[in-house]
Design a protein around this ligand. Structure first.
Ligand code: MN
Length: 738
């Protein structure tokens, strides 16, 4: 019995190999089939005795991957050779040097890239992220590495049934997380769709089968409808002597499922279950005119919905997609999407990047270069960003998913940004420096804030200021990974510098206070100031949010903690507990005189000082010391005529500079803005404002407000509240302690 199996298998291997050659035949040049044969024999020999989990001979897998590379991606001989050999270095005795010797450096480089990114890695781990990052690095070397990786993944997904269930889920979700979006971004529509469908099959198996069944059940009715719908169009296209093909295309199972879930509707209510696709065999120079001719014919028979017209011929998508879409009303009162495109466009839509190369020489200007630009953008990001791998993958993924928005520079140059991009994204797209200094923008001549959402066709001019610099909240309104990573880089730089400075200050301070600088002390400091990490603590010291005096308080607090020999404070947690007890005893009070003592006093009725106010004490004849605000209407008289009776006074909280804060508010100038801001501060939030200065420039409003806050939590509430004021773009805290 076993001998028969092996014989059958041998035949089957040869059959499959011949199929591969047949598929490759149309583009094989002289000598190519010889190289492919050599690669096949090498792989066959290296993988001999190995079997896939399905029980089949291992060689089926590289053969299938090579077929996918040809059929679905449109790759050529080098890629076929690489596909056949893609697992030999990882899984067999063969080494990369052997591949280089036998198949040359090009193939070796691709195999090397594939080997580096192999293995299943768990989602969300840094290892996985690092792997993904490596994969993207190969994108800029040779994009074929990723294309073959996608073919490999597709075949593994097709044969996923033989895997144990926990592995199925792991591989499927990884596919959905990274590979499907990547396929989408590279324009590999059919691979993306199949990966998504397979994901659904293994994660929501019941619903997958249910939808599949319903698609089959409704097929006949649908075909009838399509036939009737296209009949008049077909006739007219023929009369006009156009060479074409019309198909009815059903939506993918995954997108039907997605729509049902998102709109919470049953299968029967998904109105756009299918689309009509008209593919023209058209000469390159008349492509656009022909497509619009067809559009005109279609809309002669059916009324179009003007909101649903999409012209991706004049402005192709970033992944190279070109097509003309319209949605028209059919006779039984149903909307039907009609996609009009040429054979070349269809090829690119299905096979993406690789098909681009095929048409590159003849394609009209700049269209294939958009994808190249994307790839070089990826390269740039990888080279410059020092964000952690996980962060990077998150940013990058969000970029993969986005649809796009097309905008123009003042000179009329077209730029593509992810959907949801703001003026700030645009600024970073132009140049990192311009992004970092961006203050606002003019969109279609109108002044807008940084976070203004861009729409298709907007013309954008960036306004910059030398004083401007990136801040944390900018991350809330950028969507492009370029802007995100640049802002993060800038923030990290700033943070690092401040933390280094802070560390020096702490060192100096501890030396002065005769405390040892060791891990224990630093850890206690971190706990005392409630910081999450030591770096956070250093950073705040560097920024001046925690000042020298506060560190001095730490020493006192530390020594005032009773030293119970049984309960030594070694870990940060117990220290924190003790510290809270000590702190609760302190409340805001007035310190009076040169020595800043706690003396009895009364608050003057004429100006009603409150904690935080700048004040002075005045020694009265009968009522002891009275406290006035320095801005009290009586102050000038008291200070000038009775200087000898004036004593210094300060709130204990004021001694701690952390409570005196400067805020910068940037916004678009509008009538009443200042009023709104100040009424929120002093009215709604009851915060004491010390000073305010405002400058407006080209319609941009920039204000500096100095005020007292109780603590950082309080400050955050205020910043959040102020940010909601209409016209306010940005509220940030500025460092004033120098
Ligand atoms: Mn493989």
């Amino acid at each position: 019995m076993i001998t028969i199996d092996v014989e059958d298998e041998k035949k089957e291997i040869v059959r499959r190999y011949r199929r591969l050659l047949r598929r490759a035949k149309p583009f094989l040049k002289e000598g190519d089939s010889k190289i492919i044969r050599r690669a096949f024999n090498t792989a066959l020999d290296a993988h001999k005795d190995m079997r896939r989990r399905t029980g089949e001979p291992y060689i089926y897998h590289p053969l299938e991957v090579a077929v996918i590379a040809i059929d679905e991606i449109g790759l050529g001989t080098t890629a076929i050779v690489a596909a056949l050999l893609h697992d030999v270095v990882e899984d067999t005795e063969l080494e990369i040097a052997d591949v280089r010797r036998d198949f040359g450096p090009k193939v070796a480089k691709i195999i090397d890239g594939l080997t580096k990114i192999s293995g299943v890695f768990e989602q969300g781990t840094s290892e996985q992220a690092e792997n993904f990052r490596k994969m993207l690095l190969t994108l800029s070397d040779d994009v074929r590495v990723i294309l073959i990786k996608l073919a490999d993944r597709l075949h593994n997904m097709r044969t996923l049934a033989s895997m144990p269930q926990n592995k199925q889920l792991k591989i499927a979700s990884e596919t959905m997380y990274i590979y499907a979006p990547l396929a989408h971004r590279l324009g590999l529509y059919s691979i993306k769709t199949e990966l998504e469908d397979l994901w659904l099959k293994y994660t929501e198996s019941e619903q997958y089968h249910e939808i599949t069944r319903k698609i089959v059940d409704t097929e006949e009715a649908r075909n009838k409808f399509v036939k009737r719908f296209i009949r008049p169009i077909r006739r007219e296209l023929k009369t006009q002597d156009l060479n074409f093909e019309i198909k009815g295309r059903t939506k993918s199972i995954y997108s039907i499922w997605n729509k049902m879930r998102k709109q919470n509707i049953p299968f029967e209510e998904v109105y756009d279950l299918f689309a009509i696709r008209i593919i023209l065999n058209s000469k390159l120079e008349s492509e656009k005119a022909d497509c619009w001719k067809v559009y005109s014919i279609v809309t002669d028979f059916y009324q179009p919905n003007p909101d649903r017209l999409r012209d991706w011929i004049s402005t192709p998508k970033g992944n190279g997609y070109e097509s003309l879409h319209t949605t028209v009303m059919s006779s039984p009162g149903k909307w039907v999407e009609v996609q009009i495109r040429t054979r070349r466009m269809d090829d690119i839509a299905e096979k993406g990047y690789a098909a681009h190369w095929k048409y590159k020489d003849s394609a009209s200007n700049g269209q294939s270069s958009r994808l190249e630009r994307w790839i070089s953008g990826v390269r740039e990001m990888l080279e410059q960003s020092d964000s952690s791998a996980i962060e990077f993958v998150d940013d990058f993924r969000s970029n993969l998913f986005h649809e796009e928005v097309f905008v123009f520079t003042p000179k009329g140059e077209l730029r593509t940004l992810p959907h949801g991009a703001t003026a700030l994204d645009f600024a970073f797209e132009i140049h990192t420096e311009i992004g970092a200094r961006c203050l606002g923008a003019k969109v279609n001549q109108k002044l807008v804030p940084l976070n203004h959402l861009l729409k298709n066709g907007d013309q954008v001019e960036v306004l910059t200021s030398k004083k401007q610099k990136p801040s944390e909240d900018w991350l809330r309104f950028v969507v492009s990974s370029k802007a995100r990573s640049k802002i993060k880089d800038a923030l990290k730089e700033e943070r690092k510098a401040a933390a280094a400075e802070g560390k020096e200050i702490v060192k100096r301070k501890l030396r002065q206070m005769k405390l040892k600088l060791n891990n224990e002390t630093v850890e206690q400091l971190r706990a005392y100031f409630d910081e999450r990490t030591v770096l956070d603590f250093y950073y705040k010291v560097g920024k001046g949010t925690i000042d020298a005096k506060a560190i001095k308080n730490f020493k006192e607090a530390r020594s005032s903690i009773p030293k119970d020999p049984n309960e030594r404070i070694e870990d940060a947690a117990s220290f924190t507990k003790q510290k809270v007890k000590v702190r609760q005893q302190q409340s805001d009070m007035l310190l009076i005189g040169e020595d800043m003592d706690v003396v009895d006093y009364r608050l003057a009725k004429c100006c009603n000082p409150i904690p935080g106010d700048e004040v002075f004490g005045f020694v009265t004849v009968n009522e002891g010391i009275k406290i006035h605000r320095t801005s009290c209407p009586n102050a000038p008289e008291l200070l000038s005529n009775y200087g000898y009776r004036v004593v210094k006074a300060k709130w204990s909280s004021q001694m701690d500079n952390a409570f005196l804060t400067d805020l910068k508010i940037i916004g678009t100038d509008r009538l009443g803005l200042i009023n709104d801001v100040t009424s929120i501060i002093s009215g709604e939030l009851n915060v004491n404002m010390r000073a305010m200065s405002i400058a407006t420039d080209q319609g941009i409003f920039e204000g500096k407000i100095t005020l007292y806050v109780q603590d950082t939590g309080h400050l955050e509430v205020m910043i959040r509240r102020l940010q909601k004021v209409n016209g306010v773009v940005k509220v940030t805290r500025i460092d004033t302690t120098k």
